[in-house]
Design a protein around this ligand. Structure first.
Ligand code: FPP
Length: 241
């Protein structure tokens, strides 16, 4: 879905490169994640300013549990601190926050914090922010299928779409990955079907408004065909996702 001004309705981001940003400065990896948090704050504000309706970010993957224990506990701590500190700012900016992912592996304290932040921001309407935490695209497909089976519903594309953890928003139009790698790493596997991909060499802590604008400008130049021909798109009968 794209507005008439060419602004993507939904942007999703793999925020990669925190560790390398820190290593370049002889700092611990967690310092990179802290700086990444600053970058996320700046990016949320920039998306609000540009009229983006939905921003989805990959903050902690199902596979990130395999990282060193101090990095995992540091990321949990960062999340808990962010919840306490950021919610008033999200309120000011009109941001409605959703946490997307498996909650059962998280501590009671973190789980309660997530639920409180969601409840506190539920009536905000300027930007929907989905923070994917303890999330994996394969987990999402499996949990959606399990839900349908439990409800005795058929496994169809439509039913699955409605049972996915991101069913409250349309699929992403633009997926950005920072840090120079060109892969999805188990992010939004189902929802990425027709997304435009943009890979940035910037490390996430260095991702700024100018780089966001570069990604959005590149997006506005892409022809989205959704399986149709270029001629059909030119004739104006483009299917809108
Ligand atoms: C990937 O960089 C980044 C992460 C695994 C964490 C992303 C977290 C933030 C941006 C902070 C916001 C956090 C919360 C909890 C909302 P990497 O560590 O893989 O970097 P590298 O590839 O350079 O090692």
């Amino acid at each position: 879905m794209t507005s008439s001004s060419g602004i993507p309705h939904h942007i999703a981001i793999v925020m990669d490169g925190n560790g390398r940003w820190a290593a370049k400065r002889f700092m611990p990896r967690l310092a990179g994640h802290r700086q990444g948090m600053e970058s996320l704050r700046r990016c949320i504000r920039a998306c609000v300013d540009r009229g983006v309706a939905v921003l989805t970010v990959f903050a902690f993957s199902s596979e990130n549990w395999n990282r060193p224990a101090d990095e995992v506990s540091g990321l949990m701590e960062l999340l808990a601190t962010a919840l306490a500190k950021e919610v008033p700012k999200l309120q000011q900016d009109g941001v409605q926050v959703h946490f997307v992912g498996e909650r059962s592996g998280l501590s009671d304290k973190v789980r309660a914090g997530l639920a409180q932040a969601e409840a506190a921001t539920a009536s905000n309407g300027r930007l929907i922010l989905n923070v994917c935490f303890n999330y994996g695209g394969r987990w999402d497909m499996a949990q959606a299928a399990a839900k349908l089976v439990a409800q005795g519903k058929p496994i169809t594309e439509g039913e699955l779409q409605g049972a996915m953890a991101l069913a409250h928003v349309p699929d992403p139009d633009l997926i950005i990955r920072t840090g120079g790698e060109q892969r999805l790493s188990n992010f939004l596997l189902w929802q990425a079907a027709y997304a435009e991909l943009f890979f940035s060499d910037k490390l996430w802590p260095e991702f700024d408004e100018a780089e966001l604008d570069r990604a959005m400008a590149e997006f506005s130049r892409r022809e989205r065909r959704f399986g149709q021909t270029s001629a059909q798109v030119a004739a104006g009968d483009q299917k809108v996702a």
